[in-house]
Design a protein around this ligand. Sequence first.
Ligand code: UDX
Length: 447
Amino acid sequence: MRISVIGCGYLGAVHAAAMTSIGHEAIGIDVDEGRIRLLSGGEAPFFEPGLEDLLQAGLASGRLRFSTDMRDAADAAVHFIAVGTPQQRDGQGADLEHLDRAVEQLCGVVKPGDLVVGKSTVPVGTAADLADRLAPLGVTVVWNPEFLREGWAVKDTVSPDRIVVGVPVSSGEEISRGAPTADGLRAADVLREVYAPAIEGGTPFLVTDYATAELVKVAANAFLATKVSFINAMAEIAEITGADVTRLADALGHDERIGRRFLGAGIGFGGGCLPKDIRAFVARAEELGRGSALSFLREVDAINLRRRERAVSLAVRACGGSVYERRVAVLGAAFKPHSDDVRDSPALDVASRLRGLGARVTVTDPAAIDNARRTHPQLDYETDLDSTLNDADVVVVVTEWDEYRRGLSPEHAASLVSARAVVDGRNCLDAAAWRAAGWKYYGMGRP
Ligand code: UDX
């Protein structure tokens, strides 16, 4: 099939490359010339394992192209929209400016019978608005949310957990109300063809109305954020009762209804999705007059932000009551390992707060230093782990890279620092091993 992908960030670049890997022809469109130049040369503009191989294979096959000119999307019959929907600068809701611009430009190139398939995360109601806008052009809108995790984007795109497709449904006779219209059925069939290899491999394919498809995405992210904040709330209670939240999570996780995944207590969630998506979800519920249904998400956000402050206070305690003029080695800048993304990174927030208290902070990270330097130029960075640890008064681990979890021996680290104190902001170190090597170990929600 001939496919266009509008927006070549994490979502779009991976999607375009993945589409060619399963036999389609794809053109990726983005307004950012630098990004298009890199992608056209087979280079990933961000750290994403497996993406460059996929890009290079796609480009070599001749089925993958990139362009800044929307007119190059005119040959495609299926147009995926994968532009960003960041948090508004002056509010909690989603900023739909990129989406609006993409659709406006797309209106100039689509043909009757084309499908426009939204993948971006949007406030519920957006798909119906776009459908009204595109109907006069004979174009059907489909909402097909993406659930990819950074660091696993290629796998999550090629073999997703589920494929959700929101199509137009009938609003007429009661008997058919909610059932896909003829256009909706046809659109679902086209998407079945697009995703044929995954469906043949057993991926569930769910056809819904627009609102349900839009909600699946934000509800999934709200649930994940809630799960992380739930265990972090338990960490707060563990801290005053002497319990160990990691053992608590292990015990809870044996209950299949709960599960152990996403019960990692620490400095909480960040990144380009979870924080802004839960805020936008609350803002949308308020617009709809149902703010009370999601008011708990405000608390989820508040718990999450409190954990950053907790890591800072542990570092202060480790330094004997003040970090002023003390050397703090911060291990990690990315919002999670296997990523160079520093958007809303808890790691950099902790580093900045420590610097705000007068500490002499040095940050290291295996992948995210360049991005961190751009967003947090006030911090000092060091690529070499040993140099970061040199003469440190306290070590603060804020991203659970393997380089720190497994790669850093407490004995070796002890030979470099000036005081053996470590704050494990991700509960990712072997506490017993660090203590055995003479370290004062401070975990999150652990004695
Ligand atoms: C998330 C969703 O998982 C994905 O489905 C959606 O499409 C986009 O948002 P991502 O932002 O890549 O993906 O990160 P994810 O792996 O979900 O982690 C989110 C944050 O939660 C990270 O900051 C991570 O460190 C934190 N987290 C995760 C915890 O603090 N504890 C955990 O147990 C798990």
